[in-house]
Design a protein around this ligand. Structure first.
Ligand SMILES: [Zn+2]
Length: 76
């Protein structure tokens, strides 16, 4: 099973989580369910752009908050 890196949208805590299928992990610190996968999602993009919002050119995105095609955790 792959290990993904996530960031909690509630408290900002970053953690790694074993993910089974499309299961969305919860923040181990505050228990918040709104977490974002850093590898391909909001946190990674906003960090790389210095806090600015980067608009993805990919029109196939199903997530309004990031460029990931399937973001189960960011709440969009
Ligand atoms: Zn949290």
């Amino acid at each position: 099973m792959p290990i993904y890196e996530y960031q909690c949208k509630k408290c900002g805590h970053e953690f790694e989580q074993l993910v089974f299928g499309q299961e969305a992990p919860k923040c181990p610190t505050c228990g918040g369910a709104k977490v974002c996968r850093l590898m391909s999602c909001c946190g990674f993009i906003s960090k790389g752009a210095g806090g600015q919002t980067v608009s993805a050119s990919a029109g196939s995105s199903s997530c309004g908050g990031c460029s990931a095609s399937s973001c189960a955790g960011c709440g969009h």
